[in-house]
Write a protein that binds this ligand. Sequence first.
Ligand code: ADP
Length: 471
Amino acid sequence: MNRSSRIFPKINPSSLRVRLTIGIAVFSALGLGSLATWTSWKMEQLLINSHKANIEQIASRLPFDVEVYSQMLPIQTALEKAVNNRATIDTLLWITNQNNSIVAKSSNLNPLSDTSAPELIALTKMPVKAQVYHIKGRSYVLCGGELKVQGQILGKISIAQDITRDQTMFVAMVQNVGIYTILVIIFISVGIAFYIRHSLQPLRQISRMTEAIQAEDLGEARLYLSNAPSEVKELAQTVNMMLSRLSEAWEKERQFTSNISHELRTSLTIVHGYLQSILRRQQNLTEIQKEALSTAASEAERTIQILQDLLDLVRADSGYLQLNMEPCILDNIVIEVVSMAQQNSSREILIEIENNPITIKADSNRIKQILLNLIDNAVKYSNPDTPINLQLKQLSNQVIIQICDKGFGIPLQHQSRIFERFYRVDAARTRTAGTGLGLSIVKTLVEKMGGSISVRSKLGEGTMFTISLPC
Ligand code: ADP
């Protein structure tokens, strides 16, 4: 993982972390958004209602004011005084008679200073209950009523309160609240993302630990989590119990395979021995009988080899595969193996040794087994007229053995799996008998001796197995 992908890991939409983060972020956005919207709407209502209450109160008080002033002043002067007394910078008042002509108006209702004044005055029907009107881009709360003094109707009162300034301030405040809400949502989402990531750490730990468990170490493999939440600890415990059960089952299976292979191999070895001795000693056998007996002997031998491979694999799994590691000269082993292989096949095997003698510490019998297996495969999976090459070279701290054939090759998609137990590439294609155990035993043995094996192959051109062993 490079630095940038560690800081900004790739977002996987189906991961629990992304789902939880998106879910919580959406819910907090909806919650905070609706709270902010509701608060703004409520505040707007409060603001408008307070204006409405204010002008409704003026409308109800004005007749009393006129009545009081009219006792001291002429009626026209009393009207003007009462109207101007109640007017403020934003509150406009005017009184009209039956013919809708203005009889008195507050001094701030001036068409020159207020462009909406003519339209306000032109409104013939004023609502008794205060209402909001929008005129020429400005907002007004309007309210009207009758001017009744001492039981006599003198005209109609009209009151308009300009609330544009308050509304502008309110809109600015709502915008600010909106911006803060968005910032808070982003902040919360980032915080939640980190928190969830941290909380899911134990799960990732479990996944890393279980990934590293191999069939061979099922017995000792246990998940240990120190600072995990109790639910995750419970999960780890359940996995541990499952590992114990798997380990027991695996052990039983190994035991079973080991016992059965051992028993069968012993009996078959005896059968094979008898068959060989009959073939050697009985001179009066017919050709058909001889052929039948040698087929039975070679099948018994092949089965003994399979059982031996199975036993080796089971022993390697349980850690009981004993290797007799001692210094040996590899050149001699290779030459011996090639001559052994040529006893069973007439195939041309070319040996190329770059620098000799090469001495390594290994189990010479196992090296022979490995090479015989690979040569046997090279013979099986190539045409009889093509040669097999065996190369041996020494590098600074390792020895390389290469077995090449010019055979059918292995399709790319199978190359990574051929070392698995019982894995065979399309048997029909190669038309040869086999068990799929050969390469897995080769790999196990090479690795037990501290080496490694790899394959390079091209369909129709051939295959090359490379073994590298430490010097
Ligand atoms: P087996 O030979 O008994 O089938 P192995 O484990 O030895 O089992 O090999 C696994 C598979 O790998 C074989 O079935 C064969 O398809 C493929 N394979 C192995 N060696 C070669 C080779 N030299 N050329 C082509 N295919 C090979």
